[in-house]
Design a protein around this ligand. Structure first.
Ligand SMILES: Nc1ncnc2c1ncn2[C@@H]1O[C@H](COP(=O)(O)OP(=O)(O)O)[C@@H](O)[C@H]1O
Ligand SMILES: Nc1ncnc2c1ncn2[C@H]1C[C@H](O)[C@@H](COP(=O)(O)O)O1
Length: 221
């Protein structure tokens, strides 16, 4: 059993992923952002020139890390929740960098070839459900600012605006697994941790038709 949580940077994925993992007793697969990602700081640190310089390195890092994590998950079995999916890496971020001329056509072709191969791996079986978090750009920008990762705070708003638009387009055409879309203005886990109950109930309702003998949730519902 695998649930993916998807959405724009800063929208609230990690916060919700942790809360759902605790609520349902799922194992959590976090993203590779801090210590073990040597490319992210370099990517952000000098505006478009740095992005161009480090885009392919960063994309290969995320792709390799995400698929390594999926191999580990599939090998171990059990019930998992993912903080972001490989679909977003490739279809939102990497494609966006290419279309905005921050990756060359040759780099994109190489990346795409590798991604197409990885999609055939057992790790790439789609999640049972994708929980898609969305909210207006100003809400998301406010959260990025408040979270306070320095390099993100200093990144031009144009980058976030384009990414936000890409996310909206991407989810509109996403059909690889069932999607539960949640407007992040509907709950506030920071001010009210009990708000997880309502969100968890929505997730459970979406999963139940597919899990008649509930392999998950029964004990904790
Ligand atoms: N439901 C929520 N209501 C209000 N603030 C939230 C909510 N979820 C997350 N936040 C805050 O927004 C910021 C970004 O959340 P985070 O979970 O790190 O987002 P993501 O993983 O999508 O980048 C954090 O400061 C977090 O405390
Ligand atoms: N595939 C990616 N390409 C570029 N940047 C990425 C990718 N995946 C994640 N990121 C960045 C965006 C944020 O700065 C951090 C963490 O993302 P978040 O949505 O806050 O969990 O990594």
């Amino acid at each position: 059993m695998l649930i993916g949580v998807a959405g724009m940077v800063g929208v609230g994925k990690s916060t919700l992923t942790r809360a759902l993992a605790a609520r349902f007793g799922l194992q959590l697969a976090p993203e590779s952002v801090d210590g073990e990602n040597p490319w992210l700081e370099r990517f952000y640190e000098g505006g478009p020139a740095s992005m161009r310089r480090w885009a392919l390195h960063l994309q290969l890092h995320f792709l390799a890390t995400r698929f390594a994590s999926m191999r580990h998950i599939r090998a171990g079995g059990g019930s998992w929740i993912l903080d972001r999916t490989w679909y977003e890496d490739a279809e939102v971020f990497a494609r966006g960098l290419y279309e905005e001329h921050l990756m060359t056509a040759t780099e994109w072709e190489l990346y795409e070839r590798l991604y197409a191969e990885l999609l055939h791996s057992p790790g790439a079986r789609p999640p049972r459900l994708l929980v898609y978090l969305h909210g207006p750009l100003d809400v998301v920008l406010g959260r990025i600012a408040r979270r306070g990762r320095p390099k993100e705070r200093d990144t031009d708003v144009a980058y976030w605006t384009a990414l936000h638009r890409r996310y909206e387009r991407w989810i509109a055409g996403f059909h690889r697994c069932p999607v539960l879309s949640i407007d992040v203005r509907d709950y506030d886990l920071v001010a009210d941790p009990d708000a997880i109950d309502a969100v968890a109930a929505r997730v459970r309702r979406r999963l139940e038709p597919e899990l008649p003998q509930t392999e998950l949730f029964a004990a904790r519902a």
